[in-house]
Design a protein. Structure first.
Length: 162
């Protein structure tokens, strides 16, 4: 019975002691902070502008955002026939010839996926066999992991432009 009384009286005494303190200093500071916060002006301006809003576009070849050129009217050049002009003087005319040539198609980049997968597989098998207790199992797991990583690197990183 004494233990139950102690379990109830000790928390009650601590609660009474904590609530009986004078906290007027803390209340004044809290009131001051709340008054300052209520006077603060909200910041309504947009804090971030995306590259597209600033007139930039993502260039996948460089991996950067670059400015988009201003829109210009597209003029299609077509072949013009040379015209023969009949002149009465002795000077000869030289007709100019304009030929329409389409722009060349962008060249596909050269990727080394298979080559790098083989290199990664061999390297992974060697590392797996030398570091594992079970040499065959280590070589198989290391070879598979190395082939996958080598293929990923060969496809995404090791690219040559024509």
């Amino acid at each position: 019975m004494k233990n139950i009384r102690m379990l109830l009286l000790v928390p009650a005494a601590l609660l009474a002691a904590a609530c009986g303190r004078d906290t007027s200093k803390n209340d004044d500071a809290l009131k001051n902070d709340l008054a300052l916060a209520s006077q603060a002006q909200p910041y309504n301006a947009q804090q971030f502008t995306s590259p597209a809003e600033m007139g930039y576009a993502y260039n996948p070849y460089t991996g950067q955002f670059q400015p988009v050129p201003a829109a210009q009217p597209q003029v299609q050049r077509v072949a013009a026939r040379p015209t023969t002009v009949r002149r009465t003087s002795t000077a000869r005319s030289s007709g100019t010839r304009v030929v329409y040539e389409p722009a060349p198609a962008p060249a596909e980049p050269i990727r080394h996926t298979k080559r790098d997968a083989v290199i990664g597989g061999v390297a992974g098998a060697v590392i797996g066999a030398t570091t594992s207790r079970d040499k065959v199992k280590g070589a198989i797991i290391g070879g598979a992991a190395g082939a996958v990583l080598g293929g990923i690197i060969g496809h995404t990183v090791d690219i040559q432009k024509r």
